[in-house]
Write a protein that binds this ligand. Structure first.
Ligand code: ATP
Ligand code: MG
Ligand code: MG
Ligand code: MG
Length: 437
């Protein structure tokens, strides 16, 4: 992408109401534009990052055997009356009437809709297990939308739903999602800690929130340091195998959000392993048994011909929240420091002297060669001052910067900088092009 033809509305200052680093940086780098409380337009660079995150989530859901679909944002109230949640959901639900005065709503989540899809087609245990998912915009009329996209009202969620014949099968599905979540967050450069979460009247141990630690997080969280040092299971994990050990490797350690906190159990940990911090909920997995299948009559035939309500679980990831969450975890005083996997482009190419024939020619060659080698490049070909270009490139935080200036070009060299470490080194232009060949 040539910056001169792109739309990257970078500004010097963020509005005063942006309270945390990620919100400020997203506004300053022109990633999003607020249209109303908790409602944002995704401007081109922000949209690129959102799509990258969405794609990682998709790949990890698919790897775990989930099947992608797309359900609508607008839903019929009648389905929610069946489950009893139309009244129960309260003011967070945005209620709408169509021209025929039918009650509708903008979905805050999709259990009812997906259960309706399921019961319409699936009748037998032979079609199980099944995990359906989509990535779709949700609306929740939050009391206090804040921190930019982290607590929006309209936000993008990946929500998956599992259907199983027995409680034990449902556990198997739960473990798959548990591991897939760790892999997905790991690929984004995050350490997300699964923490015991409230199961309400359903009870049991199958509810975990995935939390990334950040001083600006909204929840107080407590965990064993061992969990912060543990790598994700890895992309070669066999999802058809038994994942019990992989899950228990983590659940054996103490980790809980405020609501579930057991101060005595926490105090029993060695002092140097007690982590008491703030956290951001980036995902939540929850098995709720037959909570929806019973009232909505989603039943399947068992091996001996009986009809039983299907066991269900739901698995959410805050895709748009993650954009802010990743920046919260990955920035410094000069701006964003994107992990490679979600960076809008991997390389920023800076032409220090646009209009200088030699610089232009070298930039053009590098730009073409990088792209031919499959690298995503933002080429700063604007005629601004070099100082401003460096600051802007640091601000938008692409992992690699390649700078082309007249002095270097005369020596056949360009400078390559690693945004994260700040390390710079000179590279011969020929070596660089040969390497990319
Ligand atoms: P929170 O505790 O932050 O209000 P939640 O528990 O209500 O979140 P879930 O119903 O578990 O949210 O939804 C699944 C995921 O969707 C959450 O883990 C979070 O990452 C994301 N999410 C929820 N509410 C919002 C929001 N208002 N803005 C952005 N993302 C959200
Ligand atoms: Mg909420
Ligand atoms: Mg929550
Ligand atoms: Mg939750």
């Amino acid at each position: 992408m040539r910056l001169s033809r792109y739309f990257l509305p970078v500004t010097k200052d963020a509005p005063a109401d942006a309270a945390i680093a990620s919100h400020k940086l997203m506004l300053r780098t022109g990633m999003v534009r607020q249209n109303g409380a908790g409602i944002y337009s995704w401007l081109p660079m922000g949209f690129r990052v959102l799509k990258k995150i969405e794609q990682i989530v998709r790949e990890e859901m698919d790897r775990a055997g989930a099947v992608e679909m797309l359900m609508p944002t607008l839903q019929q109230a009648d389905l929610w009356r069946e489950s009893g949640r139309y009244e129960a959901y309260g003011k967070e639900m945005l209620r709408i009437q169509d021209r025929h005065e039918r009650d509708m709503l903008y979905g805050p989540t999709n259990e009812e809709l997906v259960t309706d899809v399921f019961r319409s087609y699936v009748k037998s245990y032979k079609q199980l297990p099944l995990v359906l998912y989509h990535q779709q915009w949700k609306f929740r009329d939050e009391v206090r939308p804040r921190f930019g996209v982290m607590r929006g009202r309209e936000f993008l969620m990946k929500d998956a739903y599992s259907f199983d014949l027995t409680e034990e099968d449902a556990r198997v599905s739960y473990r798959k999602m548990f591991c897939a979540y760790l892999n997905a967050f790991g690929r984004m450069g995050l350490t997300a800690v699964p923490m015991r979460a409230d199961t309400g009247p359903i009870g049991g141990d199958m509810s975990h929130e995935f939390i990334i630690l950040a001083d600006t997080g909204e929840s107080a969280v407590f965990c064993d340091k061992a969990l912060l040092d543990m790598p994700a299971p890895g992309l070669d994990l066999d999802f058809d195998g038994d994942l019990t050990a992989e899950v228990e490797k983590r659940t054996q350690y103490y980790a809980a959000t405020e609501e579930m906190h057991d101060a005595d159990a926490f105090a029993a940990l060695p002092a140097d392993r007690q982590v008491s911090a703030r956290g951001i909920e980036v995902g939540h997995i929850f098995n709720f048994g037959t909570k929806y299948s019973v009232p909505m009559n989603a039943v399947v035939q068992t091996t001996d011909g009986q009809m039983v309500p299907v066991q269900m679980g739901s698995y959410g990831i805050g895709v748009s929240r993650l954009v802010g969450g990743i920046i919260e975890a990955c920035h410094d005083e000069n701006g964003i420091v994107w992990p490679e996997s979600v960076a809008p482009w991997q390389v920023g190419l800076i032409n220090m002297r646009v209009g200088d024939a030699a610089c232009d020619a070298v930039c053009e060659r590098i730009y073409q060669a990088l792209q031919a080698a499959g690298r995503e490049v933002l080429y700063d070909d604007t005629d601004e001052r070099a100082g401003g270009k460096f600051a802007r490139m640091d601000l938008i935080g692409l992992p690699w910067q390649t700078t082309v200036g007249p002095r270097g070009v005369a020596d056949g060299k360009v400078e390559v900088k690693n945004r994260k470490t700040g390390e710079k080194h000179e590279v011969s232009i020929e070596d660089m092009l040969n390497q990319l060949d």
